[in-house]
Design a binder for this molecule. Structure first.
Ligand SMILES: Cc1ncc(COP(=O)(O)O)c(C=O)c1O
Ligand code: FES
Length: 400
């Protein structure tokens, strides 16, 4: 297995921080008690879970009682959407966006088959929403507005508090998928309009399989998992204790590093982006260049396939991902870039680099060193290199 790669795919998942591993290990070996047990052995585990809850609450600017541990971001999104609808059975309308993660989009699509009406807000060429469109879509029948904080593919950040103010005017519940925003944007639920917020451990240097759903105190919540009343009855099931301890530690580290790490990541991201844009012709950044996560860049290279770029990068030990990933082998280009109305030339040739606090200047410079050659070789090989118009026409027909 490849060990020493240049890992620039942190929006997909992150390395578990060694301090996080150290914190969670005893809860897989010695401290295996059930936090709900009456005995001291279980009780000390319960105390550790309580501390982890406080650590997560601190990162979100929330109260401990508002934190529900879940198994992942997908569970948080599913539970939030269903809870909001169950709490207001008389309302049958949902508002979301065309660029959400499948953990929201596919739930909404299913709900459409169950008698709900869903508005999928559009985005412009920079990936931004039109708040007038949101305003025009809100009605007294709107049960839920579920909108992501930051996009996983482009890093584009939505104006969540401006959205929330409008949502509140109509009395709808406001859920935010903040899986990509937590640890990259300072958050404070005390001054926020957000009712429910989803986060996921494996995007912030905790392991996979642990997440959190924040539910504001006073927001009507109906549980998704029903059983032994764990998590104050809001998410039954014996707690994933090692995962919870890990997430608590990871949250503490994110809060500690947030300011300096995001500055550093932005500097390195900009260094990579600027070098690529200067050295390589016919490429452009996808998404709003300013309202964007500091760690993410999504770049479209015209006239070639993103997947081919990734294969070459992989040969150099560089991990990135394809903005036009034909997800689940469907040969469909990215729904996010498509919603932005980008031309096929960009849809096909887009790749995403996502950094983290471990990314070094040397790694970025290595990517800068190999990219121009990779792109040139692929363009030389392209049967369309001398006739871009033909290529364009072929792609347009292929996507009809
Ligand atoms: C924006 C967003 N929402 C939800 C998820 C799902 O999180 P998880 O992998 O923990 O289920 C992801 C992960 O890719 C994501 O990027
Ligand atoms: S993005 Fe791969 S076929 Fe269109």
């Amino acid at each position: 297995m490849q060990k020493n790669c240049i890992y620039l795919d942190n929006n997909a998942t992150t390395k578990v921080d060694p301090e996080v591993v150290e914190a969670m290990m005893p809860y897989m070996t010695d401290f295996y008690g059930n936090p709900s047990s009456m005995h001291t052995f279980g009780g000390q585990v319960g105390k550790a879970v309580k501390q982890a809850r406080q650590q997560v609450a601190a990162l979100l600017g929330a109260d401990d009682s508002e934190i529900i541990f879940t198994s992942c971001g997908t569970e948080g999104d599913n539970a939030a959407i269903r809870a909001a609808l169950l709490a207001q059975p008389e309302k049958r309308h949902i508002i979301t966006t065309q660029v959400e993660h499948p953990a929201v989009l596919n739930v909404c699509k299913q709900l459409e088959t169950q008698g709900y009406t869903v508005t999928y807000l559009s985005v412009n060429g920079k990936g931004q929403l039109d708040l007038d469109e949101l305003e025009a879509s809100l009605t007294g029948n709107t049960a839920l507005v579920t909108i992501m904080y930051a996009n996983n593919e482009t890093g584009v950040i939505f104006p969540i508090e401006q959205i929330g103010l409008r949502v509140k005017e109509y009395g709808a519940i406001f859920h935010v998928d903040a899986v990509q925003a937590v640890g990259k944007i300072p958050l404070n639920m005390k001054t926020s309009t957000i009712d429910m917020l989803t986060m996921s451990g494996h995007k912030i240097h905790a392991p996979k399989g642990i997440g959190v759903l924040y539910v504001r105190r006073g927001v009507r919540f109906r549980p998704f998992l029903i059983g032994g009343q764990q998590e104050r009855g809001r998410r039954s099931g014996t707690e994933n204790v090692p995962g919870i301890i890990a997430l608590g530690k990871a949250a503490e580290l994110e809060l500690l590093h947030l300011e300096e790490a995001t500055k550093r990541e932005r500097r390195l991201r900009d260094r990579l982006e600027q070098a690529i844009l200067t050295k390589i012709p016919d490429c452009e950044v996808n998404g709003d260049p300013t309202q964007r996560l500091p760690n993410t860049t999504n770049i479209g290279f015209k006239y070639i396939e993103g997947e081919a770029i990734l294969l070459y990068l992989n040969q150099h030990g560089i991990c990135a991902s394809s903005g036009s990933a034909c997800s689940s082998g469907s040969l469909e280009p990215s729904h996010v870039l498509r919603a932005m109305g980008l031309p096929y030339t960009i849809l096909h040739g887009s790749i995403r680099f996502s950094l983290c606090r471990y990314t070094t200047v040397a790694e970025i410079d290595q990517v800068i060193a190999v990219m121009p050659d990779i792109i040139q070789r692929l363009r030389d090989m392209s049967p369309f290199k001398n006739d871009k118009a033909d290529w364009l026409q072929a792609q347009t027909l292929a996507h009809r």
